[in-house]
Design a protein around this ligand. Structure first.
Ligand code: NDP
Length: 393
């Protein structure tokens, strides 16, 4: 039904491309474009020869991207490049009247800070053009927002607290590696934590707050409070909310490596002079670390991401846990990617599918929890991310 342009031939881009090909009745034409054509070629070779067209594009350059969108006649852009490109890609969509979808909010390359402000500021522009920009259609953000909307719709009159719980119990066998883009990942976990309570953001030191959560199928794991972007939109859209927090699991070894790298300055994002050349330590570290796209064949174990919501239904207190468990090896067997890319790429494809089929439609810039969650939840079950709900005491 539509020609989709996928931008970014990385770990997530691979999953989105495979999944779009598996849903070719919706994605009748698929173009995968990235900074390097070779990244697109690698993915295209994994698929039937006529399944995907490929193109080279620098998505930092709005005009270059707009020319590509026009030349190929793309009807939807899925942005799975890096968060640094969100604004230029949104601008290219506005320039060419094309709907937009991404999985991560805008981050400035020179500042370890991410927020929706600049993307939300484009709401009127998208609205005037009658276009939808769907933000954060990955797992977290993404499915976690949909879980919250589903809890609100079916289980509560008012939700008072939400804890988002993200566990990756996968083992890739390396002493230290990140499961998605190292720069984005390390910037996120080395930053101060933050949660929202009674209308205010409360800042914590990195890894200051820890709890142990017993993840079904994985077992008890240390889970640390982090700031995560979906909280910024959920505090606006979930009625009666008094507190929202985000926790992610980390092993001792990961945290020790990260602390060491931070202590010696390797997580720095400002240029330093080295033998007459300017280098950014974090970018250099990225060169040294294993490419997340190569972790697929080595990673074993499960991911388990979900939300615990507590509130009131018909005057009674209620607490539920909605969660999804994925197996890294099964993900690899299906689409040649490990579970973190898989759990991000599948919801990106689903969001795009609902947009193309007109099941999620609106004019302007929207977050996931603003749409009817039921159709998205059905698609999760059909497209490889089955979920479960438990009522807790
Ligand atoms: P990767 O680093 O594996 O891939 C990013 C790709 O973007 C690379 O292939 C790179 O291209 C391409 N790219 C970078 N800059 C440009 C540019 N200027 N123009 C065109 N292409 C460019 O990252 P991931 O696949 O792991 O992550 C992709 C996105 O998904 C990120 O935004 C990340 O934050 C997000 N994400 C979201 C999650 C969620 O649950 N919501 C979870 C995990 C990730 P090339 O190879 O051609 O050089």
């Amino acid at each position: 039904m539509a020609h989709v342009l996928i931008i970014g031939a990385g770990g997530v881009g691979r999953v989105v491309t495979h999944k779009c090909v598996m849903n070719k009745e919706t994605f009748t034409k698929i173009t995968l474009a990235s900074r390097r054509l070779s990244s697109c070629e690698t993915i295209a070779k994994e698929l039937p020869s006529d399944a995907v067209n490929i193109a080279q594009v620098d998505a930092d350059n709005t005009d270059e991207l707009a020319d590509l969108i026009t030349k190929i006649g793309a009807q939807l852009v899925i942005n799975v490049a890096l968060p640094y490109q969100d604004l230029t890609i949104m601008d290219a969509c506005l320039k060419t009247n094309t709907p937009y979808l991404d999985t991560a909010n805008y981050e400035h390359p020179d500042e370890a800070k991410f927020e929706y402000k600049e993307q939300w500021a484009k709401h009127e522009a998208f609205k005037e053009k009658g276009l939808l920009a769907l933000l954060g259609s990955g797992f977290d953000p993404g499915v976690t927002n949909v879980f919250c909307a589903y809890a609100q719709k079916h289980y509560f009159d008012e939700i008072h607290t939400i804890d988002i719980l993200d566990c990756n119990a996968g083992d890739h066998g390396y002493a230290f590696a990140t499961n998605f883009n190292p720069e984005i990942n390390l910037r996120e976990v080395s930053a101060n934590g933050r949660y929202w309570e009674e209308g205010k953001w409360i800042e914590t030191k990195p890894m200051e707050i820890k709890m142990v959560w017993d993840y079904p199928e994985v077992g008890p794991k240390d889970s640390y409070l982090l700031y995560h972007e979906e909280m910024e939109s959920l505090v606006k859209h979930i009625k009666g909310l008094k507190r929202i927090r985000f926790f992610m699991t980390f092993g001792e070894s990961y945290l020790t490596h990260m602390k060491c790298l931070e202590n010696v300055g390797m997580l720095g994002i400002k240029e330093v002079e080295h033998k007459g050349q300017k280098i950014v330590p974090m970018e250099f570290l990225r060169t040294l670390l294993p490419d997340p796209a190569t972790l697929g064949p080595r990673t074993k174990g499960l991911t388990n991401i979900g939300i615990v919501a507590e509130g009131i239904k018909d005057g009674q207190k209620k607490k539920i846990y909605i969660y999804q468990v994925s197996d890294h090896e099964k993900c690899y067997a299906e689409v040649k990617s490990q579970g973190v890319s898989y759990t991000t790429g599948v919801p990106a494809m689903i969001g795009a599918k609902l947009m193309i089929e007109g099941k999620w439609s609106a004019k302007g810039v929207f977050n996931m929890e603003e749409f009817d969650p039921d159709i998205f939840m059905d698609e999760l079950n059909k497209q490889g991310l089955p979920w479960q709900i438990k009522e807790l005491d």
